[in-house]
Write a protein that binds this ligand. Structure first.
Ligand code: PXP
Length: 256
């Protein structure tokens, strides 16, 4: 599986985040539902990759999930993690296709902001070179901000994932002016990233739903969208396979 497996020009890929299948399992401390079974079903339904976040507190995905999923996926695993020594050791063993480095705070409900790459370029440059030496491609989850994009390029990131959380939040609050502003910020960030490094892949994610994904998917230059919570929520009503198909349709609507 290579990076160039983007099948249709201009149509972003869909990475499905199955963390919240594990959230449901952990709520009862039982063996079901299985994130692995969910990941395989998403692949069958057309997901281009699977994302899981192994958090320091192991609140949803567990170590065993990471090993099982990595062994059985036929698309690509994107392992989200904090840039710690513990996670580096796991990534080296698992060898996911992608690692996406994210900030992590114990008390947060979900990843709240982008990684502050600019304040730790030296640490991250070394960290990325360790991952690269293990044959792993690295994406950095950052806010759509010029300083952070330049810092990600300086650290030799293979990809950035632009944080769409604020865009999603103001949209849910029905603040259309703020949503348009956030959309412009993301568009400008894509243009800036392309200008700084024409090989850098540009992903986006967080808070995306069938209602708000279209405008992000239509931005030229976006490679992949990573979507979890809203898609798993849809699956409660329509089933996982249909939820994946519906999300892909929402992403590709209006793109020729
Ligand atoms: N991308 C990153 C880096 C994330 O941390 C998350 C949440 O785990 C997502 C995408 C998916 O966000 P959501 O679950 O809101 O779709």
């Amino acid at each position: 599986m290579t990076i160039s497996s983007q099948s249709l020009a201009n149509k972003p890929l869909l990475g499905v985040n199955v963390d919240h299948v594990a959230t449901l399992r952990q709520a009862r401390g039982v063996a079901y539902p299985s994130p692995l079974a969910a990941a395989l079903l998403c692949e069958q339904a057309g997901a281009d990759g699977i994302t899981i976040h192994l958090r320091e507190d192991r609140r949803h995905i567990q170590d065993a999930d990471v090993y099982e999923i990595a062994a059985q996926l036929t698309t690509r695993l994107n392992l989200e993690m904090a840039a710690t020594a513990e996670m580096l050791a796991i990534a080296r063993e698992v060898k996911p296709f992608w690692v996406c480095l994210v900030p992590e705070k114990r008390a947060e409900l979900t990843t709240e902001g982008g990684l502050d790459v600019a304040s730790q370029t030296s640490h991250l440059t070394d960290y990325l070179s360790e991952l690269h030496a293990a044959g792993i491609k690295v994406s950095l989850f950052i806010d759509p901000d010029e300083t952070q994009i330049a810092a990600a390029v300086a650290c030799h990131a293979d990809a950035i994932e632009l944080h769409t959380g604020t865009y999603a939040e103001v949209g849910l609050a029905k603040d259309l002016e703020a949503q348009e502003f956030e959309l412009q910020r993301i568009k400008e960030a894509v243009t800036m990233a392309q200008r700084l490094d024409d090989k850098l892949l540009i992903n986006a994610g967080h808070g995306l739903t069938r209602d708000n994904v279209g405008a992000i998917a239509q931005i030229s230059g976006i490679y992949e969208l990573n979507i979890g919570h809203a898609l798993i929520a849809d699956a409660l009503f329509v089933g996982l396979e249909k939820a994946v198909i519906m999300m892909k349709n929402a992403m590709h609507q209006g793109i020729l």
